[in-house]
Structures are given as structure tokens and as C-alpha cells.
Design a protein around this ligand. Sequence first.
Ligand code: FES
Length: 227
Amino acid sequence: MEAETTGANPAAAGGPVPATPIAAPARSLAVDTPIAKPVPKRRVLTRRVFILGGFWSGLMLAIVGLLGSPLDFMWLRKTGGFGGPVAVTPDRVPAEGTDPVVINEGRFFLLNLQPGVTAHGEKTPGGLLALWRKCPHLGCTVPWRPDFVFQGVQGWFRCPCHGSTYTKEGGIIVAGPAPRPLDVFPLEVKDDKSIVVQTGRQYEFTGSTKNPSRSAPYQPGSKTPPL
Ligand code: FES
């Protein structure tokens, strides 16, 4: 009788039901994982490049050092323009007391003053005066305005930028924001009555109310007097 109970259904018999094992999904052993490839090194500056670069740089410096001075000596420089001596032929020199003449290549006005006392009270021996056209305010180029009437006088240097106004007899400031009169370039009268004016910042006399007294008589050997 024991043989009958062994083969019977346990649930039907009221006993515990054994757990049914769940089949795991089949897994492939061949995993498809991407393999990282090493990035090739960038060799920007190799020792060979460094040594070659140093060699050629040194060679170039040596050549420049050897040839620089002779080439600099032989190089033809521009003469007769602003920054150096500017020659003015006698036919360009204004007559005494007439309007100033613009010498464009030297960026200055050439004046020929009458001796005596100017309309604004400055003494002058009369003669030649070279005034830099650069406005002492902010550097604009100052034109001669023969038509401009101011304080009952016609003919002034007048800056177009902010209206600084300067006298015909020496570039003395009478109106506007400029801090001083126009600057002066020294000049020398040659034997043939041509004139050489030294232009450039290194030669300038700072403009002042003494500008009219810096004029040089128009005669050979005459120079702008140092003050
Ligand atoms: S630059 Fe001439 S007045 Fe200002």
C-alpha cells in the first residue's frame, strides 16, 4: 500500500509543491565589446626639429649682424621731406608782410614778417619764420585762412578741428583750446638766398608768445635765433 502513496500528486495530496526551476536565457559567450584603439602621439617638436631650428635661426642672426650695418649705411634715404632739412628756393619765399606760404613737403608755413611791433603787441626784428602746421591742441593740420575775419582783422591761421585761432604774425593763439602758439622750426638763409628749414620734432622750438622775435632777417647767413 505504501507504493500507491509514493506515485500520487503531492498537490492533490495536500503536501508542499516543489519549486519549478526557471530556465535562464541563453547567453552568448562571444561579447561584442568595441576595443579602444590607441591615439597616435603627435610629436610637435622633435629633438631633430629643435636642433635644426636653432641652427638656422643662429645662422640667420649671424648674417643679419654681419650685413645689417653695411646695408644700413648704403641705403639711400629720402631727403628733403618732413623730419629732416627742407630746402626752399628763393622764388617760394613770400615778400615781407604778405600772406604766409605753405611748404607742404616740410609741413610748415613760411612767414616773412615786417620789423616792429605786431598788431598784437609782440616785438619782432622782422624776417623769416617757419611755423609747424600741427595744431598744439590735438595735432590737426592748421590751414591759413585769408578770408577769415575775427576781431576786425582778416587773415588767420585757424584749426578746423576745434577752432583754435592763431595770428598771422607768428602763430600766437588768440582763441580756442590750444595750450600754446604754433611751434617753430629753425631755419638758415644760404648764400644764394635759398632757405633750409630743419623740420621734425627733434628740432622744434616750442611755440610761445616770443615766436615773432624768433624771425631771421632774410639775408645770407641769417639763422633763427635761439632764445
Ligand atoms: S586740434 Fe586744433 S583746436 Fe583742437
